[in-house]
Design a protein around this ligand. Sequence first.
Ligand SMILES: [Zn+2]
Length: 310
Amino acid sequence: MPGAGCVVRGAVLGAGFAVLGAGFAVIGAWCEASPAEAGAAREGWVLGADGIEITARSRAMQPGELVVLNITLPQHADRVTVRAFDRDAVTFADNDRQWRALVGIDLDVKAGTYPITVDAGGLHASYDLAVAPHRFPTRRLTVDQVFVTPPASEEARIARDAKLLADTWTSPSPRRLWTDHFVRPVPGAANSAFGSRSIFNGKARTPHGGADFMSPSGTPIHAPNAGRVVLARNLYYSGNTVVIDHGLGLFSMLAHLSAIDVHEGDRVDADQIVGKVGATGRVTGAHLHWAIRAGGARVDPLAVLALLGD
Ligand SMILES: [Zn+2]
């Protein structure tokens, strides 16, 4: 729900899509749900068209952030589709007329304005998402040279790993498996180097797509939320890796484990232990790397904790 002092509601409902002009019918304002606080969730009202009301919450409208849309329909719909960045957002019903969508702004999205469209059983609304630029820092790391220039003998394996992960992200469970709150997989603060442009041994590599938790080797790792283990094996770069399918396009990847305590196909509950912190794969030392995919977008797990944590 919107924060106090953020009242834009009601003014234009019923005006209809056409009346609101060409392009996307969006009226609204962003405002602080609470006094400014680093990482606090922001909340704003957006009035959709066709009597659909949409509110949005996020830490910021920037690459790597998650945007939670609350969608209130004027009537029941069996199905709601939300599209953004040419992808289907993670969309689910809270009750008959109340839906939510999780829109991930991938860390490589350029600053600009992007339409989000909502289709609900013949009703339509659109929302213009203005993505602000974000300059990610660069980090320079020194790792074993085999993880910077892998030997030719590992090329086939690396290609197999990449395909396996790509196929995983595109075949989510069609049902929501996660429960209300995401939890921190290990205690302690994260060194959120999310999005950092990474230079390994002087060579530029793909940006950092997760948050790193500096926990000692052997620390138990808890499932950030419920789901099905769809991958539990050793991969070249991420070492011992567990991927949990939370359903509807939401995934957690936990990497560099010293031990894996689950099997592919297992159902896990939120907070269940899935393995232990380690230093396998391309690392400078023991830590947990937690990455999240939301509808295909790489988003900061700390954004997910801020918006969907307890
Ligand atoms: Zn990492």
